[in-house]
Structures are given as structure tokens and as C-alpha cells.
Design a protein around this ligand. Structure first.
Ligand code: OXD
Ligand code: MN
Length: 586
């Protein structure tokens, strides 16, 4: 593999500090992966699954105290605290040098340091970016191989350049007391110590492709967003691409792999989590998925909820913290029923039986890592260096009462306000009270690497430069009736909402203007074959100005947190909405 001087020099410096016993440059080859797998099986950190039923697939059990992203230990180390903003933890870069860097001293002693060059985005694309992660975890190296375009291809992309994101990862002693994930936006560097878990350790994903890339996009005039990307083709063969942001537990991956419940419609998956968008020569917004694989939540994934994900999981998968059946196949809650008296091994490695054991068999945040190309709905556009042109942007949240099934923002600036005031209600998946509304602008709160007031300003600026901006929508699949039952069937029927959205884009669908935006008229949604009566549809599409005024007050308090960094045009949107609601309430 041809080396790059800047990478070599940096790797040497890191190795002098972390003192690994061996250095291994990963080339991304199959033989390298087989070798790493074999050594992890030998050390017990991978369990091979049944080679006939799940060829090339493994189970990894993480440390039980290291099973999820740790936002309270995640920091932005910008020179000024205000540049990190009120939604991030800030660390003074000097303190990071003084307190965190010493934790890396000798942290790789006796271990192999893997050097993993990777490209985010299609090879040969001017929108792609190279990163190099050094890690003392073979699990991380194997996951990066599935999640990114990794190895020789990345060094080819980099050539003799020195612009790459530097990621230093060490398991350290896995102690939560000595766990830190620190981002240095100015020097495009990430330090992560004390965790081997996905989002904390696979630095390409949330750390590089969102936190560092969001800053790069702000400085260079493009956007790094927490969005999935899909292509949707109607029965006449017309195709539109859509990008959509949802906070966690709102079904983003399921929507990215949707099986449409309307004849003649087709969905192509381009990405399930992250989207980089640039303004093309045609003045449109073009998107690439920087990743090459999926790191999806397993529990709840089934042939019913996401058949395409299930089809992707037949071979060459790394499962993390799922349960194991005695026939060496994976199992998780929501996959299929366990058989009467069936005993499993749970995610911690203990025997488990339904009704007898406490807690779930699979950890609620158990994951699958799989190359995107294994998903039947992934097409050629994931590798297109130009990306795909985006016709609509969708924000979605989980709201039991307030938000209608779908509404369209009045224009770009109003759409930015809709994204900036995105709210989702907590679910039982997270600890704490259920049903509590949380503000999560653009679903980016955990992932924006700079002050979100400036981030809103960046969205507004991008809108000014777009000749043909995508239309912006808000969806809510989760509205319930008085008894708490979901009003909308969801899943494959969500295509009916996407159909209306694309017909709006083509100026072909009716809508009624309300204070919050344009809502489908009673006859505008294609409900053929669905048993939804008129009162139920009315409830799904209702806008209650009184309830929205309360929401506005809450959102106003949230936006005030950004103080003088809140753009005045966003304030203006807030006041205009208040006026429209006031008029429709009176
Ligand atoms: C993820 C997340 O893992 O958003 O994608 O938490
Ligand atoms: Mn995500």
C-alpha cells in the first residue's frame, strides 16, 4: 500500500505517545478481514454464527458498561466556549491537552495499533473527504471496513495531500471515569478514549461525518446533516430524491428502506443516517451519503417492520449485543416470537428464558453492522460522485397530539424554522419519563459541532444561494387518539404521505393553508385500500391553534438559549407564526 508522508508522520507521533506493541496499516482487503476475525474469535471477542445460516457473520458482546453513545462525555474543544453553543459540552483545548491527552500515554501498550484510512463519500467525488483513524480495537477496524470505503482506496484518494481528519481512538481501560470523546473542529481532530462502542469509537460516523463535517460545511458553504436519503419513483417512472431528519426512535432506518403499500411505487435507499449536501451548478441541492454501510438498531427490526434490512442481514454481518439462539443464530426483541420454553443466551452471555429472566435478551441498543450493498433497495446512486438532487427535505418527530400527519412549510426560511423547532417526545427506549417533548433542531443536537444559532444562520444562507431550493415538510407518524392508539398505520403506508409530498413538489396536489403551513385537503391523500374513516383523517390532519400557541411559547424559550447567535430572520419567523396563530385562534 502506498504511504502518505503526512499520515506516516502523524501515525509515528501518536505511536510514540500511546506505545503500541505493533502497528498494522489496514488495506481493506478480504484476507486482512479474515485474519482479524480469526484472531478475535481466538481471543473470544467474536463468536462465529452458524456458517450455513449466517455465513461470514459474528456476534460481539461489548463491555456491559459500554453500550451506547455517552453524550455527557462528548465535548467540543473550540477556542471560545460560545462557538460550541448551549447544546454542546465545551472543553478548553488547553484542558484537553492537559487532562485528556495524558490518558493516551502508553494506553496501547501490549496492543496492536490499527491505522485505518477511510473515505467518506463516493471515491472520486469532489464532495468526499478522507479521514484516518488509529485504534487499538480490532472490532473498530472490522466495523470501519463495513461502514466506510476503507484502506488502499482512501490513501489513493488522499494522494500526497495532507488534508485528512485525524481520529485517535483507544479503549484505554474502558472505565466510564476515564472516558472522553473530544472534537477539535479547528484542527479537524478527534480523540476518543475509554469506549469501544459504535458511535463513540467508529470515529468516521458521528464524530467525523457530523460533528467535524458540520463545521467544515459551515466554513465552506455545504451541509452535513443527520438525514437519510431515498429515491422515490412513481408509477409513471418519475423519480425524486428526498432527505429526511428524525431524532432517534422515530423509524428513520425503516423509512429509508420502505416497502411501498401503493402499487407501482419504488423506493431506492441511498443512505440511512448521514447526508452531505452541496449546491450544484444547477442551483439545486445535491446529496451524497458519506457512509458505505449501516450501523442499525436491531431490536424492533423484523420481516414486518423492515424486510429490506432483514434481507441485508443474511451474511457478512457483525451483530453487537444481540441475543444468541442455541443454533448459533441471532435473536432480538421484536424479531419473531421465541418458542415456548426456548432458552437463549442474552447479550451479556447469561442463559435467558422469556418470562423467567429479568430484562431483555438483546440490549435495547443492540446493533447490526452491514455493508450497504447487501440491502436489496440500495442502487447505483450511492456510489455516484455527483450525488443525487434533493427535491424535498422532511423533518419528523414523535408527537402524540399536536402535529398533523404532514404539513408543508411556506418557504425555505419557514422550513428552517420548522427544523429549528423540531420536537420529539421521549419513548421507553431512553431512561426517564415517557412522552416528554424534547427540542432537537434538525435532529442534530447531539451532532452539531458548533453553536446551533450559527448553524441556523448557515441554513438560512444556504437558502439564499439555492436557485431551486427543495420544499420542506414536517411529518408525524405517531399521532394517537384519546385511548392512546396510533391513528396512522405507518410503515409501508407512509408512501401515501411521500406521494402527497412529491405531488406538492410537482405542483399537482391540493393543500389548505393553515397558520403552521400547508396541510393536505381531505381528499388529497391516496388512501385506496386503507380503512380510515373521515373523522379519523380529520383528527390526523387537525391543527389546533391554541395548542400550537403553547408550543410556540415553549419553543420561544428554547430558541432564547442561543441569545445573540439566534438569526433575526428566525426570530421573525417565530413572530410571524405567533401572529398567524393568534389570528386563527380568535
Ligand atoms: C445513531 C444515532 O446511532 O443517531 O445513528 O444515535
Ligand atoms: Mn443517527
Amino acid at each position: 500500500m502506498s504511504m502518505n508522508k503526512a499520515v506516516e508522520e502523524w501515525v509515528k507521533q501518536v505511536a510514540e505517545h500511546t506505545k503500541p506493541e505493533r502497528l498494522r496499516w489496514c488495506d481493506g482487503s478480504d484476507s486482512e478481514a479474515r485474519e482479524l476475525e480469526a484472531s478475535m474469535v481466538e481471543s473470544g471477542s467474536l463468536v462465529p454464527l452458524d456458517p450455513k445460516k449466517f455465513p461470514g457473520s459474528f456476534l460481539h458482546r461489548s463491555d456491559p458498561t459500554d453500550v451506547a453513545r455517552t453524550e455527557h462525555l462528548t465535548f467540543i474543544a473550540s477556542a471560545n466556549r460560545a462557538d460550541a453553543g448551549p447544546t454542546n459540552n465545551w472543553m478548553n483545548p488547553a484542558n484537553a491537552e492537559g487532562d485528556v491527552w495524558p490518558l493516551f500515554a502508553g494506553s496501547m501498550k501490549g496492543r496492536t495499533m490499527f491505522v485505518v484510512p477511510y473515505v467518506m463519500g463516493p471515491a472520486g467525488s469532489k464532495h468526499s473527504r478522507v479521514g484516518v483513524e488509529v485504534t487499538d480495537s480490532a472490532y473498530v477496524a472490522l466495523n470501519l471496513r463495513l461502514m466506510t470505503r476503507m484502506g488502499a482506496v482512501a490513501l489513493r484518494e488522499l494522494g500526497d495531500g495532507d488534508r485528512f481528519v485525524k481520529g485517535i481512538h483507544s479503549l484505554g481501560d474502558l472505565s466510564p471515569e476515564r472516558r472522553f470523546i473530544v472534537h477539535f473542529p479547528a484542527k479537524r481532530e478527534i480523540w476518543s478514549i475509554g469506549s469501544g462502542y459504535g458511535g463513540n469509537a467508529l470515529l468516521s460516523k458521528k464524530c467525523h461525518a457530523l460533528r467535524i463535517a458540520s463545521v467544515e460545511g459551515f466554513e465552506q458553504g455545504w451541509m452535513a446533516e443527520h438525514m437519510m436519503i431515498v429515491g422515490i419513483t412513481n408509477p409513471q417512472g418519475k423519480k425524486h430524491y428526498v432527505a429526511a431528519a428524525f431524532p432517534s426512535a422515530c423509524g428513520k432506518t425503516n423509512l429509508a428502506m420502505l416497502v411501498p403499500n401503493l402499487p407501482g411505487w419504488k423506493v431506492e435507499t441511498v443512505g440511512d443516517d448521514i447526508c452531505w449536501m452541496h449546491i450544484g451548478e444547477d442551483g439545486r441541492l445535491w446529496a451524497v451519503n458519506p457512509e458505505a454501510g449501516f450501523f442499525g438498531v436491531a431490536p424492533g427490526t423484523s420481516v414486518k417492520t423492515n424486510p429490506n434490512a432483514m434481507a441485508a442481514l443474511g451474511h457478512d454481518v457483525i451483530f453487537t449485543n444481540v441475543a444468541l439462539r442455541d443454533d448459533l443464530t441471532p435473536w432480538w426483541e421484536g424479531m419473531d416470537p421465541v418458542r415456548e420454553h426456548e432458552q437463549l443466551t442474552d447479550w451479556r452471555g447469561s442463559r435467558w428464558q422469556k418470562g423467567q429472566s429479568t430484562g431483555p435478551a438483546a440490549h435495547p441498543n443492540a446493533r447490526f453492522t452491514v455493508a450497504a450493498r447487501q440491502c436489496p433497495t440500495v442502487g447505483a446512486s450511492i456510489a455516484d460522485p455527483r450525488g443525487v438532487p434533493i427535491s424535498a427535505i422532511i423533518f419528523g418527530g414523535r408527537r402524540a397530539r399536536l402535529a398533523p400527519l404532514v404539513y408543508e412549510a411556506r418557504d425555505w426560511n419557514h422550513g428552517v424554522y420548522v427544523g429549528a423547532t423540531l420536537v420529539s417526545e421521549t419513548t421507553a427506549a431512553a431512561t426517564g419519563a415517557v412522552g416528554v417533548p424534547r427540542n432537537d433542531p434538525m435532529a442534530m443536537v447531539p451532532f452539531c459541532g458548533y453553536n446551533m444559532g450559527d448553524y441556523f444562520g448557515h441554513w438560512l444562507q444556504m437558502g439564499k444561494r439555492l436557485v431551486n431550493p427543495p420544499r420542506i415538510f414536517h411529518v408525524n407518524w405517531f399521532r394517537t387518539n384519546e385511548e392512546g392508539k396510533f391513528l396512522w398505520p405507518g410503515f409501508g403506508d407512509n408512501i401515501r404521505v411521500l406521494k402527497w409530498i412529491l405531488e406538492r413538489v410537482d405542483n399537482r396536489a391540493p393543500a389548505r393553508a393553515t397558520a403552521i403551513g400547508n396541510v393536505p385537503t381531505a381528499d388529497a391523500l391516496d388512501l385506496a385500500g386503507l380503512d380510515l374513516n373521515v373523522p379519523r383523517m380529520d383528527e390526523l390532519l387537525a391543527v389546533d391553534p391554541g395548542a400550537w400557541l403553547e408550543e410556540l411559547t415553549r419553543n420561544g424559550a428554547f430558541l432564547q438559549r442561543f441569545e445573540d447567535r439566534l438569526p433575526s430572520s428566525l426570530q421573525a419567523e417565530h413572530h410571524a407564526l405567533r401572529d398567524r396563530l393568534g389570528r386563527s385562534a380568535s
